[in-house]
Design a binder for this molecule. Structure first.
Ligand SMILES: [Zn+2]
Ligand SMILES: [Zn+2]
Length: 364
């Protein structure tokens, strides 16, 4: 049994850490079971939880089963965060709550089917506006600290940042990237500087692997963005440059930020789209259905809309308009619009109705 009083931050001892070589292919061994909590390779016994997650014996021996234990870890984490990042939480009282796994998963709305590999699932969840931090009962201490740092970073952001400034600077699609990317960065940087460098390294490798395999989400892209601007320091020196000290925390345009199809609003990553001459982004799906000439498809579509409109609104057009097709530059000039597309969605009509009184033509 671990003494929580003396050994608040559990870390694998130096001997084990030195034996263990951590390379970028650390997670690529298909014959090994990985602990879904501390990411260790498990050679001996391990526990399989009800939901399928696998836990090593070391993690098992540091399970937090009472609220007192969790509160102690919370106090430790927050005071260490203050030290590590030179930040303050503005004296806000956070309510720490311990919840059973089933309820915790309902709160998180996360569903995961664990495999033999490393399938990390968060064991902490903050609801910043209610100042509540939920912790899953029975989580290993060490891993709980990591996720707490992440969630407390979200609370710090809530207390210190103005969300509208983030949205106007990076656009709404990148809001999660800016917030969660920093939370992942904080977790890893905290671990490097607080005797958890083996775990920090594994977490770093894990996120790099997700990026490389294009299992991309806002956490992964945010991680890349912050890592590049604030490289991880592995030695116990005072951190001079952190995103906690800088607002806005990232440069624009974002290097890994998302691109949005300017036609269907689908979120795109590195592939699967083209950039049009005027800078708009078009996804491959939209591109494959683009009307490029006045062929049968064009007239069929027009017919459909025309008939549907008459039917839906019970209206009649006096006479059928004459249809023409113009290139982008001309249609922009006719619509009198000039714009500079950004990586985000630009709401711009694809068709312009130009009424020429004399000839009574409608141009689509
Ligand atoms: Zn473990
Ligand atoms: Zn599209």
């Amino acid at each position: 049994m671990v003494n929580y009083q003396r050994n608040v931050l559990y870390f694998r001892n130096k001997e084990i850490m030195e034996q263990e070589k951590i390379n970028s292919d650390y997670f690529d061994n298909p014959d090994v079971h990985y602990c879904d909590f501390c990411a260790a390779k498990m050679t001996g016994d391990f526990e399989t939880l009800k939901d399928g997650r696998e836990m090593c014996t070391l993690c098992h021996s540091t399970k937090l089963d009472t609220l007192e234990q969790i509160e102690e870890v919370y106090d430790f984490t927050v005071s260490k965060m203050r030290e590590t990042f030179s930040i303050d939480f503005k004296d806000s009282r956070i309510r720490v709550q311990m919840v059973e796994t089933e309820i915790f998963n309902q709160i998180k709305e996360e569903c995961l089917v664990p495999t033999q590999g490393y399938d990390p699932m968060s064991v902490a969840l903050a609801v910043p506006n209610q100042r509540v931090l939920y912790i899953e009962k029975g989580s290993p201490k060490f891993v709980t600290i990591g996720y707490m740092v992440r969630e407390m970073t979200n609370i710090w952001q809530f207390l210190n940042w103005n969300p509208t400034e983030i949205i106007s600077k990076y656009c709404g699609n990148n809001f999660t990237l800016v917030c969660e990317g920093m939370a992942v960065w904080a977790e890893i940087q905290f671990m490097y500087l607080n005797k958890g460098s083996s775990y920090a390294q594994k977490r770093e490798i894990y996120y790099e692997k997700l990026y490389k395999e294009e299992k991309i989400n806002q956490y992964v892209l945010g991680f890349k963005e912050y890592k590049e601007l604030y490289p991880f320091k592995e030695e116990d020196t005072k951190l001079r440059k952190t995103p906690f000290q800088k607002f806005p925390p990232l440069k624009t345009p974002l290097k890994y930020g998302t691109i949005v199809c300017d036609f269907c609003q689908k979120i795109l990553y590195k592939k699967g789209f083209q950039v049009l001459r005027d800078g708009r982004h078009i996804c491959d799906t939209c591109d494959s259905t683009a009307l490029k000439k006045m062929d049968d498809r064009f007239y069929q579509l027009y017919d459909k809309v025309y008939k549907k409109m008459m039917l839906c609104f019970n209206i009649n057009f006096e006479k059928q308009p004459i249809l023409s097709m113009y290139n982008t530059r001309l249609i922009a000039r006719m619509a009198g619009k000039r714009f500079v597309p950004t990586p985000r969605f630009v709401n711009r009509a694809g068709a312009a109705a130009v009424r020429k009184k004399k000839r009574g033509n409608n141009v689509i």
